[in-house]
Design a protein around this ligand. Structure first.
Ligand code: CO
Length: 132
C-alpha cells in the first residue's frame, strides 16, 4: 500500500530563486540541500506537514531534470509515494502491466530507495515510489 505522499518533485532552474518563493515568501522551512551526482541534480527538501517539496535544480543539462526543463520548462516534475516494500510493489506493478523506468531500485536523495514508473503507463504523470 502507498502510505503517504512522500514528496512532490518540482524542477527549478535556480534553487536560490526558488527558495525566495518557497521559504521567504510562502514561509516554508528549508530542511536540507543535497547534491545527487547520479541524477545530476541539487535537491532542496522543504517539509510541508508529513510530506515534502523536493526542489530539483539540474547541475548538468544532460541529466534527466536538465533535459526535462529544456523540453517543458520549470514546474511540476514528479509525485512520490512512500511504500514499505519497494521491490515487492514493483513486482506487483509489472504483473499488472505497468511499465517501469526502474526495474531495480536506485538510491535517491536522503539515501532513500527509489524507482520511477513510466509516464506512458500513468497518463503522463511521472510517479516515483520510495522506501526510507
Ligand atoms: Co523524488
Amino acid at each position: 500500500m502507498f502510505e503517504k505522499i512522500d514528496h512532490v518533485g518540482i524542477a527549478v532552474i535556480d534553487l536560490d530563486r526558488a527558495l525566495r518563493l518557497y521559504r521567504d515568501q510562502l514561509g516554508l522551512e528549508l530542511k536540507d540541500i543535497e547534491e545527487v551526482d547520479e541524477q545530476k541534480v541539487k535537491v532542496a527538501f522543504v517539509p510541508v506537514g508529513e510530506s515534502n517539496l523536493e526542489l530539483l535544480e539540474p547541475t548538468d543539462p544532460s541529466g534527466p531534470v536538465g533535459k526535462f526543463i529544456a523540453k517543458k520548462g520549470e514546474g511540476f516534475h514528479h509525485i512520490s509515494f512512500n511504500v514499505s516494500d519497494l521491490e515487492g510493489k514493483l513486482e506487483q506493478l509489472v504483473e499488472q502491466g505497468v511499465e517501469l523506468i526502474d526495474h531495480v531500485p536506485r538510491y535517491g536523495a536522503g539515501g532513500a530507495k527509489i524507482a520511477f514508473l513510466h509516464p506512458r503507463s500513468t497518463g503522463g504523470v511521472l510517479i516515483e515510489l520510495c522506501e526510507h
